[in-house]
Design a protein around this ligand. Structure first.
Ligand code: URA
Length: 408
């Protein structure tokens, strides 16, 4: 049976629900070894999956664990997911904005993966902030303050955990059907009424081309339709880091500056506006233009920032505790010209090597380190101008300015 299934997929044939269920649950239970699961994943990666297979796989993933139900909480619960990026701290900004606009926000976020940081790691740079709320605590908190941002509580989609770890080490992460079932199963099991997906494209993202992003978008919308859930997707650039900061405390500080309405327009601020407006439009069932006005208002009148302060306090965090390392070094421009590119992947690699993320499972994250860009794409610079500041504790890893910044 195992070899028949692998062979069938190798030949590009369609697998039935029963065959997929047997294989994936067999792997979860330890009956199918890594090498055979890897072989099937690679065959899926190469030959793709039919819509029917993707719907089956998504259901198998959802049914492998708990399914949360927040239907007692009034209002439409809109969840947002990003496929992962460098400097992506959008949740920290949009969750309070959306809650301040009156849409209940229950956000269960994850930790960093590879070069990309996770919202939960970022929040842990705030001393005392709890990311392990129980289901009861979540429900009470949403009733009290309309917002929760915590780690995953229940045992949601355990198959995804084991499959994702295997995909990570078998070059099968970028399979579009596998990404679609992985993300959509978690959002559906997490109890969302509507789902907004931020699909990243570029050198710092899982997907490298717009065409692949469009395929993923179409597929996630179809899975949403299958489950009766509205899904919207935004395709956003990940060739360039988002905003100025990459690294946990630095990113929280940048998110606070945006919430205080202190930041001018840039790629990060614009993306926050776009995502928050879509969530508000979905949650309140109003037009995107009406939602944009609400988002602007809560940023200008301080209620979005106040909601963030309320959230941090309620979850036990001390907002004054956010610390950035006192040791720093500037990266300077090697020539005069205009910045045409800031390579997201290179900045992500440097931040990871400084200790902002984990290279191996037992590493401890250093919340105080990272890279802060001082210039953005399109800025003119003179030789010797500061392009970025590195915040470090132990030592500064090797890096190449030309790999990070293209000046023309
Ligand atoms: N994010 C996920 O949760 N799963 C994927 O497969 C890719 C990105």
């Amino acid at each position: 049976m195992i070899l028949d299934i692998i062979n069938k997929k190798r030949l590009g044939e369609e697998l039935s629900y029963k065959e997929l269920d047997y294989f994936f649950n067999g792997y979860l239970n330890g009956d199918i070894p890594d090498y055979q699961m890897s072989s099937l994943l690679m065959a899926i990666c190469i030959n793709g999956m039919t819509d029917e297979e993707i719907f089956s796989l998504t259901k198998i993933f959802i049914d492998s664990g708990d399914v949360l139900d927040f239907s007692d909480i009034p209002g439409i619960k809109v969840d947002k997911h990003s496929t992962g990026g460098i400097g992506d701290k959008t949740t920290l900004v949009i969750a309070p904005i959306v809650a301040a606009c009156g849409v209940p926000v229950i956000k269960m976020s994850g930790r960093g993966l590879g070069y990309t940081g996770g919202t939960i790691d970022k929040l842990e740079s705030i001393k005392g902030y709890r990311v392990d709320l129980s289901d009861e605590e979540i429900i009470k908190q949403v009733h009290d303050i309309n917002i929760v941002v915590t780690g995953q509580t229940a045992d949601l989609v355990p198959i995804d955990k084991v499959i994702y770890a295997l995909r990570d080490v078998t070059a099968t992460v970028s399979s579009i059907p596998l990404i679609a079932s992985s993300i959509m199963s978690k959002k559906i099991a997490g109890g969302a009424d509507k789902i907004l997906i931020d699909i990243k494209v570029g050198n710092g993202a899982l997907l490298q081309t717009e065409a692949d992003a469009l395929k993923l978008k179409e597929l996630m919308i179809k899975i949403g339709e299958f489950y009766g859930k509205e899904v919207r997707c935004i395709i956003s650039d990940m060739d360039t880091p988002l905003g100025f900061a990459v690294g946990n405390s630095l990113e929280v500080n940048e998110a606070i500056a945006v919430l205080k309405n202190q930041e001018k327009e840039n790629n990060f601020v614009n993306l926050c506006y776009e995502l928050a407006s879509n969530m508000v439009s979905m949650g309140l069932e109003i037009t995107l233009d009406e939602a944009r006005k609400k988002v602007k208002n809560v940023l200008e009148d301080g209620s979005a920032y106040n909601k963030f302060v309320e959230l941090v306090k309620y979850q036990g965090g001390d907002i004054d505790s956010i610390k950035v390392s006192e040791k720093s070094k500037n990266i300077k421009a090697l020539k005069t010209g205009k910045i045409s590119e800031i390579n997201a992947l290179e900045v992500g690699k440097l931040s990871l090597a400084l200790g902002a993320g984990k290279i191996s499972i037992n590493d401890k994250i250093d919340y105080t380190v990272g890279v802060e860009l001082k210039k953005l794409v399109g800025d003119s610079v003179k030789k010797g101008d500061v392009l970025a500041t590195i915040y470090y504790n132990k030592s500064i890893p090797d890096y190449n300015v030309d790999d990070m910044f293209k000046i023309v």
